[in-house]
Design a protein around this ligand. Structure first.
Ligand code: PFF
Length: 535
């Protein structure tokens, strides 16, 4: 990495990276999405499948992203052109393939999808692999636009709880208070927009001070606080009479609910919650020192993320069930059922439990949102020569403006007369759903699996897994090169079998996963998401 690029900043060490990357991955995906997906998909059975998916896709892909970033030592656009020539016969073939996919979608009556693929094919033909880097800059901006709205909701919840406006104890009561916030109606639109802007200003404040002084410093303070607050809620929840019903619902395996669809849901959840498939870990990897052990770091981040997700479930379900609610249709759980349940907790400290919970949600959202700024900021710095300060301001501004559309689109597009109609016609044609939901679907169903897929293919085939493995070996020699049988059996290489030492090592497994397992699974997940195949 050149000095000029180093001025982007770097982590103070492996712990700094670990907490910042955990800050990115632990977010709404853990506290809001994971618990209700687990509850709906067979409890402990889903957790088992999820862990398997994390092992097969999450771990290799995260290691690949970090290695790619650290080896390139630069922003995603450079990373995807430095490890191999940006354009080659392979990229030409790939653009042909994407074009073919577009035609297929057109035949299957998905014109919006076809247009996206056609555009992608043209971009790929002109920019080659740099296209992938470019997407790593654009997609986080889209995601942050609606992520910021949810962040804003958490601020309103905290504020409203403190001033005593969230005293409801039934779902109907919750609907009356929360409905207008979630849908920006009944005069709450301005508050929702203001809260979203305040949330974005918080992100700007953290990010503008730099990678180490801003992102790392805040994550180092906020992540331990998040775990501490979660412990408080868990203790309260588990000591409620009837709490075990909630735990049973959350964790008892119900294998009858498992289907291939569950696996696909687990794949989507893993990518989202681990912040993969968007160049975040790649950008974070480029600030990582060469002496750091990438494999250890990746496993550490994933362990913390999974731990946080399970903790969230254990904090939420006992309270919900003990207070006589049954699990409710997915996303409503966090924003309607849980606050009502907290208000019913004996002792009358409902406000306290609600404030603690939404503080947890807000902290998780801020540290993730900050990470979403990083890829576009690093690209603007590296490719357009912008200062970090200007880049952070520009990206935050764009996300905030797009976010206003998202927030208001949950109500009715007529709140935005001209622009509303235009965006509506561009985005969803005849399909129902708000701008918010469209952006969410676009990012999670299309982009995450596709970018994850391309990152795995690029690392495994284009950069080449053996060269990528060399990058991993820097700072992490031993474990990657040991024969797995020797590790399992408790021998070490000197005990014999030296000649067979390189036959079956974690490093070799990683290469195989990147070249075959991850691409195949992600491709299946992608086809399922866009409706090309149905499991
Ligand atoms: N991982 C974050 C969460 O679980 O909420 C969200 C997220 C951040 C998704 C960054 C994707 C991403 F690139």
């Amino acid at each position: 990495m050149t000095n000029e690029e180093r001025s982007n900043g770097s982590w103070s060490g492996q712990l700094g990276f670990l907490l910042a990357a955990a800050g990115s991955s632990i977010g709404l995906g853990n506290i809001w999405r994971f618990p209700y997906m687990t509850g709906m998909n067979g409890g402990g059975a889903f957790v088992l499948i999820y862990l398997l998916v994390v092992l097969l896709i999450g771990v290799p892909l995260m290691m690949a992203e970090i290695a790619l970033g650290r080896a390139a030592g630069s922003n995603p656009v450079k990373a995807f052109s430095r490890m191999a020539p940006a354009k080659s016969s392979r990229t030409a073939a790939l653009s042909g393939l994407i074009l073919g996919g577009g035609i297929l979608l057109l035949i299957f009556n998905n014109p919006a999808g076809a247009v996206i693929l056609f555009l992608l094919a043209v971009l790929f033909a002109t920019l080659g692999w740099k296209t992938v880097g470019l997407f790593c800059g654009i997609v986080p901006v889209i995601l942050l636009s609606y992520y910021g709205v949810i962040g804003g909701w958490t601020l309103i919840y905290i504020f409203d709880s403190i001033r005593g406006a969230n005293g409801f104890t039934t779902i109907e009561g919750a609907e009356k208070v929360m409905g207008p916030i979630l849908h920006a109606t009944e005069g709450r639109g301005p508050a929702v927009v203001a809260a979203q802007l305040i949330f974005m200003a918080l992100c700007l404040g953290i990010s503008i001070s730099g990678v180490r002084k801003g992102v790392e410093r805040w994550c180092k303070m906020l992540m331990p606080l998040l775990f501490l607050l979660m412990c408080v809620l868990i203790v309260r929840g588990l000591t409620l009479p009837g709490a075990e019903k909630g735990l049973r619902f959350f964790l008892q395996p119900d294998f009858s609910k498992l289907s291939t669809g569950t696996v696909i849901a687990a794949v989507g959840q893993a990518l989202f919650t681990l912040s993969l498939g968007m160049g975040i870990m790649l950008t974070y990897g480029c600030y990582l020192d060469r002496s750091a052990n990438i494999a250890k770091a990746a496993v550490g981040v994933i362990a913390l993320d999974t731990f946080a997700a399970v903790m969230a479930g254990v904090a939420i379900f006992p309270a919900v069930f003990a207070m006589g609610f049954s699990e409710s249709g997915g996303p409503d759980l966090t924003f309607k059922v849980l606050p009502a349940a907290f208000n019913l907790v004996p002792g009358g400290l409902g406000i306290l439990w609600n404030v603690i919970f939404f503080l947890i949600l807000m902290i998780a959202a801020v540290t993730s949102a900050v990470s979403l700024l990083e890829p576009p900021v690093s690209i603007l710095e590296g490719e357009c020569g912008m200062s970090r300060r200007n880049a952070v301001v520009l990206v935050t501004l764009v996300c905030s403006v797009l976010g206003i559309f998202c927030a208001l689109s949950m109500a009715d597009w007529n709140q935005l007369p001209g622009a509303g109609k235009l965006i509506k016609s561009i985005w969803y044609g005849t399909a129902p759903g708000s701008f918010f939901e469209t952006l969410d679907g676009f990012c999670c169903n299309w982009i995450l699996p596709l970018l994850g897929l391309v990152t795995a293919l690029y690392t495994g085939w284009v950069w080449g897994s053996r060269y990528a493995l060399m990058e991993l070996r820097e700072g992490g020699k031993g474990a990657l090169d040991n024969n797995i049988w020797l590790i399992i059996s408790g021998f070490d290489a000197e005990d014999g079998g030296m000649d067979r030492r390189y036959l079956f090592t974690p490093g070799i497994l990683w290469g195989a996963a990147l070249r075959w397992i991850v691409p195949i699974l992600l491709l299946l997940a992608f086809f399922n998401c866009i409706g090309l195949i149905r499991f």
